[in-house]
Design a binder for this molecule. Structure first.
Ligand code: ADP
Ligand code: MG
Length: 390
C-alpha cells in the first residue's frame, strides 16, 4: 500500500479512495520485433511498478492525475477522444473509450492517481503497464469480469485503435500475465503461452536502461511494420503463408532471390532467424545449456543491429562495453533505439560491471544509465483500501 498516495487522494478529492492497484513493467529475454509478425516471444514482468489509488465519483467524469507527468486531466465519459490537450491521458483514457466501443455501460466516473518508478519511454513498456493497469482498474471498479489475457487484449486494442500505434501484443501480455520467477513463452499467432523456468544458474540477469530518451531519435517502428508487410505480400505469391513467421530458416535462400530488394530480405531474415533463436533458447534453457543461451542472446542483438537495424548507436555502444566488461551476453530489449537492454553477468561482477558501464557511457554521451538486477515478478495486483474511522 502507498500511504502517500492515499493521503494525496483524500486531500485532493475530499473523499476516501476505495482500491489500490499495481502494475509491473517488462523485459523481453528474446524474440524481438516478432510479435507483430505473429511470431515467438519470451518476455517477463519485472518489479518496477505503476501504482494507483482509485475511487468512484458521483458524476460521469474521469479525473486523472500522475505524479510523473504535469497536469490533471478531467473528461466526461461520453466525450472521450484522442486530443492533444489530453496529453499523457490519451493512454489511460483510451481504455474507457474502448470499453464503451465494445458496448459496456460505465455508469459513474472515477478519480485515479498514478505514481510510478517505471522509466517512461525507455523500452520497459511503461505504456503497456499504464494500459493494463487502467484496464484492470476499470474491470474491478465497474465489475466487468475480464481474465488477465482479456485485459491484455483490451489494452492492446486501445493502444492500436485509440493511440494509433501498430504494435504487437507482447507488452500487454507480459505485464497482465506476469508470474513470479517465470518467463512467458508466447506464440503471437495464437496468443497461446506457457510459463517457463528460465534460469541462468549462478549468473545474474541485469537490466540496463540507457536513459537516452526516444524523442532524441525518430523511431522507425511503424516503418519496420510496413516493410514486413511489404515483404509478406511479395512472398505470399510464392509461399503459402499468412505471416513472415510461417517461414523456416531453410526458406531464406528462396526469399533472398524473390526479394531483390536487399533491405526487405534482411528484415525477413531477422524475423525468421529470431523465431528460430527463441525455439533454440527454450531448448537450451531446458537442457541447462547457459553458454548456448548467452550465445543466442548475443546473436539476437547482432541480427537486430545488422539486419533489422533498430539498435542504434547508444544500444550498440552498451552492447560492446558490456561484453568488454565481462558480460557473457547483452542484447537490446523492447523496441530498440534509445531504450533498454539486458545482460547476463557473473554475480560477483555486478558492482564492478555497473560502475564501469555507467562511467564509459557517461564519458561518451553525458547520460547516466540505470542498471539493476532483474527481479521477475507477478503481474497485476489489486487491494481494498481500509479507511479507518476517526
Ligand atoms: P515505453 O517504452 O515506456 O512504453 P511509450 O512512449 O510507449 O514508452 O509510452 C510512454 C507513454 O505512456 C507516456 O507518454 C504516457 O502517456 C504513458 N505513461 C507511462 N507511464 C506513465 C506515468 N507514470 N504517468 C503518466 N503517463 C504515463
Ligand atoms: Mg510503449
Amino acid at each position: 500500500m502507498n500511504n502517500r498516495l492515499v493521503d494525496l487522494y483524500k486531500k485532493q478529492f475530499k473523499a476516501n479512495p476505495e482500491k489500490y492497484f499495481m502494475s509491473p513493467c517488462r523485459i523481453n529475454l528474446i524474440g524481438e520485433h516478432t510479435d507483430y509478425n505473429a511470431g515467438l516471444v519470451l518476455p517477463a514482468a519485472i518489479s518496477k511498478y505503476i501504482q494507483a489509488v482509485v475511487g468512484k465519483r458521483k458524476d460521469n467524469k474521469i479525473h486523472l492525475k500522475s505524479l510523473n507527468k504535469l497536469g490533471d486531466i478531467e473528461v466526461s465519459l461520453d466525450k472521450i477522444s484522442n486530443t492533444p490537450e489530453n496529453n499523457w491521458g490519451n493512454y489511460p483514457l483510451g481504455i474507457f473509450a474502448t470499453l464503451q466501443k465494445r458496448g459496456y455501460k460505465l455508469p459513474f466516473g472515477l478519480n485515479i492517481i498514478y505514481s510510478s518508478n517505471v522509466p517512461i519511454a525507455s523500452g520497459l513498456s511503461s505504456s503497456a503497464s499504464m494500459l493494463d493497469l487502467t484496464a484492470f482498474i476499470a474491470s474491478k471498479m465497474y465489475n466487468i469480469p475480464l481474465q488477465n489475457d482479456e485485459i491484455a487484449l483490451l489494452a492492446h486494442q486501445s493502444e492500436t485503435e485509440f493511440n494509433g500505434l501498430q504494435c504487437g501484443i507482447m507488452d500487454e501480455f507480459a505485464i497482465a500475465l506476469g508470474k513470479k520467477g517465470k518467463s512467458i513463452f508466447l506464440d503471437c499467432s495464437t496468443n497461446k503461452f506457457t510459463y517457463e523456468d528460465v534460469s541462468f544458474k549462478d549468473l545474474s540477469l541485469v537490466v540496463i536502461v540507457s536513459n537516452v530518451k526516444r524523442a532524441l531519435i525518430a523511431s522507425p517502428y511503424n516503418q519496420r511494420v510496413a516493410e514486413c508487410n511489404e515483404a509478406l505480400n511479395i512472398l505470399k505469391k510464392r509461399f503459402n503463408i499468412t505471416s513472415l513467421s510461417d517461414l523456416k530458416v531453410l526458406d531464406l535462400e528462396e526469399c533472398k532471390k524473390l526479394l531483390c530488394n536487399n533491405v526487405l530480405y534482411r528484415r525477413v531474415k531477422h524475423v525468421v532467424t529470431e523465431n528460430q533463436r527463441v525455439r533454440d533458447f527454450i531448448d537450451a534453457s531446458k537442457n541447462e545449456n547457459v553458454e548456448l543461451m548467452c550465445d543466442l542472446l548475443n546473436r539476437s542483438h547482432e541480427s537486430l543491429r545488422d539486419d533489422y537495424e533498430v539498435t542504434g548507436e547508444y544500444l550498440d555502444f552498451l552492447h560492446d562495453i558490456s561484453l568488454k566488461y565481462g558480460a557473457l551476453a547483452e542484447r537490446m530489449t523492447g523496441a530498440g533505439f534509445g531504450g533498454s537492454s539486458i545482460a547476463v553477468i557473473k554475480k560477483e561482477d555486478f558492482d564492478d560491471f555497473k560502475e564501469k558501464v555507467i562511467k564509459d557511457f557517461y564519458l561518451k554521451y553525458r547520460i547516466k544509465p540505470l542498471i539493476f538486477l532483474a527481479d521477475i515478478c507477478d503481474g497485476l495486483v489489486v487491494k481494498d483500501i481500509v479507511n479507518k474511522k476517526k
